[in-house]
Design a protein around this ligand. Structure first.
Ligand SMILES: C[S@@+](CC[C@H](N)C(=O)[O-])C[C@H]1O[C@@H](n2cnc3c(N)ncnc32)[C@H](O)[C@@H]1O
Length: 299
């Protein structure tokens, strides 16, 4: 048990803000689930263990169970408030120069690029990236997010195709299609290594030969510096019993795991693997992590 006097003011502020935010999230989700008769999500809210048992007896595998939970989670938050509950720190993320990092592997001419935004949410980066490339498609686990994305991007020039996925693959998205698969604030919300590996294999499949991935994730030099009570996994862990996502249970890349990331990407079939550390959009006082990490590799 941590002594209250040993906590800094910032940590206390963080904890109380987090508690209020969590309480708000839980209440809204419960009311929303009741109104929409989404009893599976109510069961999760009451007992994640019971939810997992029910899923297991009906034949689902661990990776599928976590994906079902993620789907229920994002469907609800997208319905309630796609900006601050789905994206979080929306304005700070909007003023961050993601394009500079996502397009870094390309020379000046990017106008030919056909890109796929993985975990596109309400279409924030689809809209922004569409100004720099030929076409951006979006895929997300939540149908509600995709509905919002279609509205949010209705005036862009790109003839965007949207897909809803199951959380662990990109079934339905054709192979050898994209010059770029990118993701922002999405992949680190999937704490299960097996799921991420499956998705990374899928990124390879949908890329053209010579195509590129630009994946933003989070990096932390010292895991002990994360606030108490924050749950996270390391790169190769599979916490199938994770009771959260989207900032409440993330995967964090550390200096030690960089080698594993590189090995895994190479194992899947990627080449020219490199990393770029950058400051995060939200300052350390408000946000959780020391750095954003951009992971690059080529098919
Ligand atoms: C924090 S939001 C970020 C949205 C968007 N990328 C942005 O930068 O504004 C995370 C998004 O990832 C999506 N997501 C999370 N897990 C996913 C999965 N396993 N498969 C597909 N999408 C997922 C969520 O539905 C959500 O829209």
């Amino acid at each position: 048990m941590i002594g209250i006097e040993s906590l800094s003011l910032n940590t206390l502020d963080y904890m109380s803000a987090n508690t209020i935010h969590e309480l708000y999230r839980k209440t809204s989700v419960f009311l929303d689930a009741l109104v929409h008769r989404e009893y599976l999500y109510l069961i999760w809210g009451l007992s994640p263990t019971l939810f997992r048992i029910l899923c297991r007896v009906t034949g689902y595998k661990n990776t599928q169970i976590y994906a079902i939970y993620q789907k229920l989670y994002y469907e609800h938050f997208a319905r309630i408030d796609e900006k601050n509950l789905v994206v979080g720190h929306f304005e700070a993320n909007e003023s961050y120069d993601y394009e500079k990092y996502l397009l870094k592997p390309f020379s000046e001419n990017t106008k030919h690029i056909i890109a796929l935004d993985f975990g596109c949410g309400p279409g924030r980066m689809v809209r922004r990236m569409s100004k720099f490339v030929n076409r951006v498609d979006g895929v997300d686990i939540s149908e509600n997010n995709i509905t919002k994305a279609k509205i949010y991007t209705k005036n862009i020039r790109s003839k965007t195709k949207y897909f809803v996925n199951n959380g662990y693959d990109l079934a339905g998205i054709p192979s050898d299609t994209y010059d770029l698969v990118y993701t922002t604030i999405a992949l680190h919300h999937i704490p299960i290594h097996k799921t991420r590996m499956n998705l990374i294999r899928e990124f390879l499949r949908v890329l053209k030969i010579g195509g590129q991935i630009s994946l933003q994730m989070v990096f932390q030099k010292n895991l002990k510096k994360l606030p108490p009570g924050h749950s996270f996994s390391c790169w190769r862990e599979n916490p199938y019993d994770a009771n959260g996502t989207n900032g409440t249970y993330d995967v964090v890349i550390t200096p030690k795991s960089l080698k594993q990331v590189r090995e895994d990407l190479r194992y899947v079939g990627f080449k020219n693997i490199s990393f770029n550390l950058a400051l995060p959009p939200v300052s350390k006082e408000v946000g959780l992590y020391d750095n954003w990490i951009f992971i690059y590799a080529r098919k």
